[in-house]
Design a protein. Structure first.
Lengths: 48, 474
């Protein structure tokens, strides 16, 4: 249970595999030197 | 001109024929409706066909043509839009049972602009649920690739790719967050453009990820895509994040040629271990053609490009999980199981990793911008492999590694442009030995769709891939 969401038995296995995929693929980011990268999602828009 | 050759004409050619009184909007709409009736039970491109409404609009266009008072290049030309775009009085489902009976009272800005230009809306197109991809049981029928019905047409704008390729509309609109216009364009063998983020209004388009959602056109020619983009682009007071940058005449610069154009071929995506040999060969051959047309081809690297897929999914799926949270709590069982599981997994990603993904997004964007400072466009495959079979996409996910392979790798081919907010197009550049289309992907600088379209048009004019139509429906 997370955020008030319930996980029924049918969904549990696939949700677990999907979450593991995220954890394994994103894990290496923790050791990359990203501390100085501003997490801004986009550049300023050209405005007239 | 036979019925079949007429429906496969470009949208611009159809518009010219209407103005020259060689065909009529009513005739065109009637032909497309008949084809939808005959073919769509197999292809499932459409969720809703609005024939009666279309014939009324076509008669008005016909009257304008008779009085030589047409509204422009697209007046009277039949089009269809992904069911993610609101259309007043016409059911808009988002590809979901949750919205199966929803009829909006407003029309999305992009659709309204096309109708104001005289184009005739003939229907709403099938899509993966809430534009998320991975739908297992499509509530409005399984969309199928017109080149091989056993294969996936791409998504999430599945119906937009099918209808354009199979001659079920003159052109279509899709919405691209991580590749949802370019993937179906690539798999179905048509042109599909993701504009610069903020170039086209998102008003009336159901959101997935606010900082990446980008409505865009699909057409059978690059010129059609350029003209449709010119109609739908530009500032909109109803979407404050739409840029008010000047919208150039995209059609005017299409034929400027490639002399002096620098094309960077992305090494990691073209020659990397994840790319099929047939795909790699087609892309390298396309680079040779661009070279003979006057472009300078340069090897280019985007060092973290293969992280783009997972970074995109971590961010976009988290946005989606937040957006759907309340509905998931109360009506979770009404979602398709593929969508529900994707949203639930995203809701469990640790905050520390989401924050790192956001920083990695900025790094990938910087790498894309750096590459585009050295060249005018980036060239790569739209997908590492041609369209997979529908059966393979419905196999249960048995491990984390299987999930990563199915979801992350292929998305790394289209999501760099999404993460960077820059324009990108997919155009056909060949076929596999089994007859499935291969997509060529061109990425450009922010607000420089003109150069992307110019390179794509030059390639298209030098080849005949865009003139081929699916054999079972042509």
């Amino acid at each position: 249970v997370s955020l008030g969401l319930t996980l029924d038995a049918d969904d549990t296995q696939e949700v677990t595999h999907r979450l593991n995929a995220f954890l394994q693929a994103l894990g290496p980011l923790m050791s990359l030197p990203l501390g100085d990268v501003e997490p801004s999602p986009f550049d300023p828009q050209p405005r007239t | 001109v036979t019925d079949v050759s007429l429906v496969f004409q470009s949208a611009l050619a159809q518009g010219a024929m209407i103005r020259d009184r060689k065909t009529s909007p009513v005739e065109l709409v009637t032909m497309y409706l008949a084809r939808i009736e005959r073919l769509d039970a197999r292809l499932r491109a459409y969720v809703t066909v609005c024939g009666e409404r279309a014939l009324i609009a076509a008669k008005a266009a016909e009257s304008r043509a008779a009085q030589r008072r047409t509204l422009g290049a697209l007046d009277g030309v039949p089009f269809a839009v992904k069911d993610q775009f609101d259309t007043a009085g016409v059911r808009t489902t988002q590809g979901s049972n949750l919205f199966a009976a929803r009829v909006p009272v407003e029309t999305a800005t992009a659709v309204a602009r096309l109708e104001a230009a005289g184009a005739v809306l003939i229907g709403k197109l099938n899509m993966t649920e809430f534009a998320m991809g991975g739908t297992q049981d499509f509530p409005f029928g399984q969309p199928r690739n017109p080149w091989n019905l056993a294969h996936d047409p791409g998504g999430s704008s599945s119906g937009s790719g099918i209808a354009t390729a199979a001659g079920l509309a003159a052109f279509t609109l899709g919405e691209d967050t991580g590749g949802s216009v370019r993937s179906p364009a690539g798999f179905c063998g048509v042109a599909g453009l993701r504009p610069t983020w903020g170039r086209v209004s998102r008003h009336g388009v159901f959101p997935l990820s606010w900082s990446m959602d980008a409505p865009g056109p699909l057409g059978r020619t690059v010129e059609d895509v350029a003209v449709v983009l010119g109609v739908v682009a530009g500032a909109d007071t109803l979407d404050p994040l739409t840029s008010d940058a000047v919208v150039p005449n995209f059609q005017e610069t299409l034929t400027a040629g490639l002399h002096g154009i620098r094309v960077g071929i992305i090494a990691e995506l073209t020659a990397g271990p994840d790319t099929d040999l047939e795909v790699r060969t087609a892309i390298e051959h396309a680079a040779q053609i661009l070279s003979t047309l006057g472009a300078r081809i340069e090897p280019t690297s985007i060092p973290h490009v293969m992280m783009a897929g997972v970074v995109f999914m971590a961010l976009a799926d988290s946005d989606g999980a937040g957006l759907h949270l309340e509905t998931l709590r109360t009506r979770g069982h009404e979602y398709d199981r593929g969508t529900r599981r994707r949203l639930l997994a995203a809701g469990l990603i640790p905050t520390a990793l989401s924050q790192r993904a956001a920083r990695m997004r900025a790094l990938i964007r910087a790498e894309v911008k750096e590459a585009l400072a050295r060249v005018d466009v980036l060239l790569s495959p739209t997908s590492p492999a041609p369209a997979a079979t529908i059966e393979s996409m419905r196999l249960p996910i048995a491990s984390g590694a299987a999930a990563a392979e199915r979801f992350f790798t292929r998305r790394s081919y289209t999501t760099p442009a999404s993460l960077a907010g820059v324009p990108a197009i997919s155009i056909p550049c060949g076929f596999t030995a089994t007859g499935l289309p291969i997509g060529l992907h061109l990425t450009g600088r922010a607000f420089d769709e003109s150069t992307v379209l110019r390179v794509a048009h030059a390639y298209e004019q030098a080849t005949d891939w865009h003139r081929r139509h699916p054999p079972d429906v042509a």
